[in-house]
Design a protein around this ligand. Structure first.
Ligand SMILES: *[C@@H]1O[C@H](CO)[C@@H](O)[C@H](O)[C@H]1NC(C)=O
Ligand SMILES: *[C@@H]1O[C@H](CO)[C@@H](O)[C@H](O)[C@H]1NC(C)=O
Ligand SMILES: *[C@@H]1O[C@H](CO)[C@@H](O)[C@H](O)[C@H]1NC(C)=O
Ligand SMILES: *[C@@H]1O[C@H](CO)[C@@H](O)[C@H](O)[C@H]1NC(C)=O
Ligand SMILES: CC(=O)N[C@H]1CO[C@H](CO)[C@@H](O)[C@@H]1O
Length: 559
């Protein structure tokens, strides 16, 4: 473990130059729930993903701004995958240099994608360790699952350094799901209200007529971590809880391999709830495709999006990692992938996380908040969580103390949110956590929220109560955006695409503002365990608030 620790030094001393290391700041420590196994046999095959340097990334960003700004003449003028490809495709020089490098190591069986900016290659561990000096592949275990990762940082040859963003399949472990059970103390009198589709539809003012009807509308959830849904659970859930509105009870398309075995609570939740608010809309499930022990499931999903010309308009994803565990090179490239989806008119919704502002110990008696990624990406819509003020009835919403939120330490605050965030910082100035806990100039999240407390989910044929987390609020919001897309498509309007620039221009209109409560964090002494607090208008706990569906539909159908 000593060798691993020495590599955390560059984080503190940015003047050190690590020639050849694409991801000098990537955490290579093994998450504590994984156990270390043997070195991989040199003859074993690995699958690695090479992220080639793209062209015109600035132009891509500008295009995203234009197509998602409702005041731009280019609003909704989305690009096809072919157009995206001709924009970002790596230069001939880059493609040649990388291929030549791989071929000189005998690596010839690489798959590419439509945009030519990823190469997915198979090679033996021995070849990989020569190709990427420093890497040493080991096997790791958790709950009967095994993975192959490198125990030490990799470097690349000088001749290709400038042509690559990073190499995937060496370090990042599958992120944690954002779901948990919050069983209440039974001693409480009265029947606590569990959240069901009927409760959500009542709270967010969805009527029986608010279901999808457009022919080619669709929505998707993405699953990683060997999480599977069972078609029988979905059918049972719908027959128990969805009697009062038209809906579908089947997934239309599974992209990837649906494994057998037990259903996952996360997968069951996501699919059951996106299909309850986004009722009667064709739904797809993306599930960690063609899994190999050395693959990074989240990266594989991103690679897949770059290789499919026909995709659902809305995707909800309930996973995240600590921002400080990921390399800047990796996150920057993933952001570019989000932009590539955004310019195609695709809406990506991420759960904001379940640890409030988060907590990181940076020194003796010294803490700071801990943002999570992709929640902190400026190019996605991030969804926080709320609970009912009165847990026994459909009442107004207050902060759910778990709701992830805060400020990125890596990405600067995007223009679309500057005035909203400044407004918050000014209005609560006296009650803000100390500046040493967060970065006021970073991308602030979440953008909006929905209920995240005490859901009913059917999993392995059993209705399970008390399921909580922003894993729940994210598909709920996703389904509502899909319904709005549905009405837009019927009117001949383009899909909503990347929503944030438009969402922030509404200044909270058509949303229920959440103004009560604080989320957790690690402010010590006076305010033990606290992070930020909700406030009128935007705040870093619940964003702009939760959707009042008919009002939101009306404003988002205008243009
Ligand atoms: C991308 O799609 C093409 C055509 O379907 C396929 O040949 C190729 O193998 C895919 N790439 C990857 C990385 O899976
Ligand atoms: C929506 O719900 C809120 C609160 O439940 C209610 O006050 C409002 O009248 C409802 N209808 C519309 C169209 O906003
Ligand atoms: C459900 O969606 C289909 C199209 O996918 C549509 O033909 C049908 O009318 C919809 N049902 C209702 C009740 O709107
Ligand atoms: C604060 O964020 C900005 C970008 O948003 C970054 O340049 C700066 O380094 C960050 N500061 C710290 C202390 O993390
Ligand atoms: C994204 C999506 O749902 N696309 C569908 C549009 O309709 C065609 C023809 O029915 C389907 O093949 C696509 O899958």
């Amino acid at each position: 473990m000593n060798t691993l620790l020495t590599f955390s030094i560059p984080l503190l001393c940015s003047s050190l130059v690590w020639s050849g290391y694409l991801e000098y700041d990537q955490d290579v420590l093994i998450p504590e729930d994984w156990t270390h196994g043997d070195r991989v046999d040199p003859r074993e095959e690995l699958e690695l993903t090479f992220a080639l340097k793209q062209q015109n990334v600035n132009l891509l960003e500008e295009t995203l701004r234009l197509v998602s700004d409702p005041d731009s003449a280019f609003y909704g003028k989305y690009l096809s995958l072919e157009k995206v490809s001709s924009l970002v495709r790596p230069s001939e020089l880059t493609q040649k240099a990388v291929r030549h490098w791989l071929q000189s190591h005998g690596i010839r069986n690489c798959l590419t994608v439509s945009t030519q900016d990823f190469l997915h290659c198979t090679m033996t561990a021995e070849v990989a360790e020569t190709l990427l000096p420093g890497s040493r592949f080991h096997r790791y275990f958790r709950d009967g699952q095994s993975l192959v990762r490198s125990s030490a940082p990799y470097s690349v040859h000088d001749g290709v350094h400038q042509h690559l963003d990073f190499v995937g399949g060496l370090h990042r472990f599958p992120p944690k799901g954002q779901i948990f059970s919050r069983e209440q103390k039974r001693s409480k009198a009265g029947v606590h209200l569990g959240v069901t589709p009927a409760v959500l539809r009542a709270r967010y003012n969805l009527t029986a007529a608010d279901v999808g009807t457009a022919q080619n509308n669709s929505q998707a959830v993405a699953q990683f971590l060997e999480q599977y849904y069972h078609p029988a659970d979905l059918a049972e859930f719908m027959s128990l809880y969805a009697r009062s509105f038209q809906h579908r009870s089947q997934v239309d398309r599974v992209v990837g391999t649906q494994g057998g075995g037990k259903a996952g609570l996360e997968a069951s939740l996501d699919i059951e709830y996106i299909m309850s608010t986004g009722a009667n809309i064709s739904t797809w499930v993306f599930t960690n495709p063609g899994r190999h022990e050395s693959q990074e499931p989240f990266l594989q999903w991103m690679v897949l999006l770059s290789n499919m010309s026909d995709l659902p308009w809305v995707h909800t994803i309930s996973y995240g990692d600590d921002e400080d565990s990921l390399s800047a090179a990796y996150m920057t490239r993933i952001n570019t992938e989000f932009m590539k989806a955004g310019v195609r008119g695709i809406s990506l919704l991420f759960a904001s996380g379940d640890s409030g502002a988060g907590c990181r110990h940076v020194g003796k008696d010294q803490n700071c908040f801990r943002p999570s990624f992709p929640a902190s990406s400026p190019y996605v819509t991030t969804v926080g969580g709320t609970s009912f003020k009165n847990p026994f009835s459909v009442s107004y919403e207050v902060t759910d103390y778990i709701s992830g939120g805060g400020f990125s330490n890596v990405f600067k605050m995007p223009d679309y949110q500057v005035s909203a965030v400044q407004g918050y910082l000014k209005s609560v100035a006296a009650k803000l956590p100390p500046q040493s806990y967060f970065n006021v100039s970073g991308r602030a999240y979440p953008d909006m929220a929905a209920l995240s407390d005490n859901y009913w989910v059917v999993t392995n044929r059993v209705p399970v109560p008390w399921v909580s987390g922003t894993s729940a609020s994210t598909p709920v919001v996703g389904g509502m955006l899909s319904l709005i897309n549905d009405r837009r498509l019927l009117k001949g309007l383009p899909a909503l695409g990347f929503l944030n620039p438009r969402l922030y221009k509404l200044k909270g209109q058509a949303l229920f503002d959440v103004t009560e409560g604080c989320h957790m964090g690690c402010l010590d002494e006076q305010v033990q365990g606290q992070g930020f607090c909700a406030a009128p208008l935007w705040d870093p706990v619940t964003g702009w608030g939760t959707p009042n569906y008919p009002a939101l539909l009306a404003v988002l159908l205008a243009q």
